[in-house]
Design a protein around this ligand. Structure first.
Ligand code: ADP
Ligand code: MG
Length: 322
């Protein structure tokens, strides 16, 4: 499409890396994988109205389109290096592209990630980013490998992004003094923080790892399926932000934390004997992790409520098993 738009993207995302032999501007990028490293690659697509609400600021989209892919690399224990960007736009909107590229660059820059190519086409607003990262041979974290007796941990807090989506979909309201709390949750939705340092620190420590993009129950369920085990979660242990707990009642906050998507925290398993030491190390890295349950024999994810009863998480309303 328009050369000017590609040039705009190139300029805003410029990032020098020695391993980019040929970047934006030729028919393909030429990249040098460091000797002795394995390449981890991931791609995710965001479609307007499906993965983000209409009216989302372009800079937030640029950030998030990259963040969701960096979160996948984090879940594998990979360190990011390069990305490709396929942008489908309804029109040649330079202001949109500039905002988008700036948001993308705000996340790419601190991670020294280079945008090395892509594609620009006309159509309904759709954004695909492919991210590439490195991992030492055999050290990638996978969803398989959780063992009976392992502890289940999660970084950060859960449910904020789902609550943020709920907040942006509300009608504008009178100032009730809680705009700051809603703003925090909306920021968590729009600007997720991929837990890259955590993922790298979990190499050789976690037995399995996944990023929480579709909700804890779904994503921990993937670990259970891949590992051939079950998980028991304690609802009372789930880390939740004070903003979530102040704005929503307990049932809703629990629902967001268990089933809400878009948090991009890491959920992982470690041998129970290693939990305390690992938690101390992760806290020093700047993002703590909370123990939320354990791996047991069987299949699927069960959640125990604060009163000790199992929650029927597959039914609407979260009633207890009768
Ligand atoms: P070709 O027709 O050979 O595929 P294009 O005209 O589509 O080339 O792209 C020209 C150059 O600009 C290529 O290097 C391509 O990787 C890059 N490019 C195109 N769109 C984007 C984009 N959205 N982001 C980054 N690079 C892009
Ligand atoms: Mg070509």
């Amino acid at each position: 499409m328009e050369f000017d738009l590609i040039e705009l993207i190139r300029r805003h995302t410029a990032q020098a890396r020695d391993d980019v032999r040929v970047g934006i501007g030729d028919d393909a990028a030429v990249l040098a994988v460091p000797p002795g490293k394995e390449l981890a690659v991931a791609i995710d697509t965001l479609v307007e109205g499906v993965h983000f609400p209409l009216g989302t600021a372009p800079a937030n989209l640029g950030w998030k389109a990259l963040a969701v892919n960096l979160s996948d690399l984090a879940a594998m224990g990979a360190s990011p290096a390069w990305a490709l960007l396929a942008l489908t736009l309804p029109g040649a909107d330079a202001a949109f592209v500039e905002g988008f590229a700036e948001g993308f660059a705000q996340l790419a820059r601190p991670h020294r990630l280079a945008l090395v190519g892509g594609d620009t086409t006309r159509g309904p607003l759709t954004i695909s980013v492919a991210a590439h990262g490195f991992v030492p041979p055999g050290q990638a974290l996978t969803r398989a490998g959780a063992r009976v007796g392992d502890a289940v941990l999660v970084t950060g807090t859960l449910g904020d992004a789902a609550a943020g989506l709920h907040a942006v979909q509300q009608l504008p309201r009178e100032d009730d003094g809680r705009a700051g709390l809603r703003g925090f949750l909306i920021e968590r939705l729009n600007r997720p923080t991929p837990r890259l340092a955590t993922g790298i620190a979990l190499r050789g420590q976690a037995t399995a790892c996944v990023d929480v993009s579709d909700g804890l129950l779904a994503d921990l369920g993937h670990i259970c399926t891949a590992s051939g085990v079950a998980a028991e979660i304690e609802a009372a242990w789930l880390p939740r932000s004070s903003a979530l707990l102040e704005l929503y009642d307990e049932t809703t906050a629990l629902h967001f934390a268990l089933s809400g998507g878009d948090d991009y925290e890491l959920c992982f398993t470690v041998p129970a004997s290693r939990v305390a030491e690992l938690q101390a190390g992760l806290a020093r890295l700047g993002c703590g992790a909370t123990k939320i349950g354990r791996i047991v024999e069987g299949e699927g994810v069960r959640v125990r409520a604060a009163d000790g009863a199992w929650l029927a998480t597959d039914r609407p309303g979260w009633e207890h098993f009768a």
